[in-house]
Design a protein around this ligand. Sequence first.
Ligand code: PLP
Length: 399
Amino acid sequence: MSICLNEKMVALGTQRSVIRELFEYGKQKAAEIGAENVFDFSIGNPSVPSPASVNETAAKILHEMDPVLLHGYTSAQGDAGVRAMLADCVNRRFHTSYSADQFYMTAGAAAALCCCFHGLCNAGDKVIIFAPYFPEYTVFAKGAGAIPVIIPADTEAFQIDFTALEQALTPDVKAVVVNSPNNPSGVVYSQDTVKKLAEILEAKSVEYHHPIYLISDEPYREIVFSDTDVPFLPHYYNNTLVCYSWSKSLSLPGERMGYVLVPTDVQSHELVYAAIAGAGRSLGYVNAPSLFQRVCAACADETSDLTVYEKNKDILLTGLRSLGYSVVEPGGTFYMFPRSLEADDTAFAERAKAHNLLLVPGCGFGCPGHVRISYCVPTKRIEAAMPAFEALAKEYGHS
Ligand code: PLP
């Protein structure tokens, strides 16, 4: 009997991402030579626990709330009380006046992005993505029938190559995705970058007589170093949709919680919100997890203790630069994206492996010639890894 399946889905389900591949390799290697001898910088799983209030709130809700209500379906867009609490929280922080009806609760930023792509795009619409980018963007966009258009990276500063952007902004572009603080570079877009981006999108929307949506993917909004300011994009560009997540800020990636915010400034915001909700419905998301909607709303003003990420960044950045690596300083996240010491980043990552250093080749992020280091690991692992980075640099003639 012959089986005819959706080949694209079979491929997605069979091929592991480069990151997952390396992560699995790391686990296998750790079993062979001991976890302390493998410097696994492959994956972006938070290394610090959630604040105590997360478990306390979850326990309190489990004990005190009517279980039928708690474990039942919530409204498709999320519990109304939860969304009102989030609106208050966002309004306090960003001096906005959003209401509960502008928040659509999702299973993390991944589902938020999928709802945006499916809700906004018709087959063949283009979605602009800036390299280096989170690799799943292309999977999500294509899944919605859209065509991802990659803007090559500005490798000097990891801001935006505006000349390339203007060339790519053709009438069939429906949306532009930004991710700042960025995975994998860690860079935060400056206010100048954001203003210029907004100006260009505004002008092109007028020229083409239709809105070009800006989708701001913000799972790392809270992981920001020193005085770095992360501009709140709806203040700069009206047609902005915000995709937020608690995966990293509250160290809850397994609980799957996030939202899409559709501000009232978005043209025909009620229709756009309906399209997002329709997308969630057609994708079978039903509603975001009930318990953690309530937990995240109650803990929305808090974060895990994120200080270790800045400490790790400082040690790595100073150490790597002193060894001759070229690295753009991250303003946030727990990633950095140094240049590989040879043009072929995959070959470089293979040579790093020989030192038990697991670095993800930049080509997977649309930016060859670099590698991603996920430094969401205990600080002592960073310190222990420095001799391996040094030995690797020496192979390339750096002393
Ligand atoms: N966007 C970016 C840039 C990410 O790095 C990730 C996860 O690593 C996601 C979205 C998905 O996050 P979530 O766990 O909230 O779905």
